[in-house]
Design a protein around this ligand. Sequence first.
Ligand code: SF4
Length: 180
Amino acid sequence: MRILLHVCCGPCAIYCINALREKGHKVSGFFYNPNIHPVSEYDKRRESVVCMSEKLNLPVFFHREYKFEDFFRKITFHEKDDRCSLCWQLRLKITAEFASRENFDAFTTTLLISPYQDQGKIRDIAASLEKNYGINFYYEDFRTGFRESHSLSRQMGLYHQKYCGCIYSERERYVEKQRK
Ligand code: SF4
């Protein structure tokens, strides 16, 4: 199958790409992450995806310009209760839209490798996008490859982020540190 892989960052993508290729799929990446703040952090993660794509010979589509407003418009007034679900919804919706328009057979996401993301909710969101955009969602639990992916990424010298992405997750990192 021709699969469009939503890529959240370089380190998480490596295992997913290898696993998909081993199964005979033709993979392309798609970078759309307006949830990453601030701009300097976004640039570092984008650069690491460029570097990873060159090393793995992966074609990657980068979504237009960086519009963090898209993220804030989506999650405002839901910062505490539903922020992450809305964030996944936003990123996967644009991915499904693009995959459908470009005639991919399916879309998927590197979010499925993270032990910090809710796979059940991601699958629910993807199921509704499948219907809306007439494109299949490829599901695989990539979490067993999380450590391997990050270790390969270190060997490649890619940038490793210290928080999920949004300014809220950055604040939570410091709050957690202080609590300890
Ligand atoms: S913590 Fe991560 S998944 Fe949740 S809203 Fe922030 S960037 Fe998105």
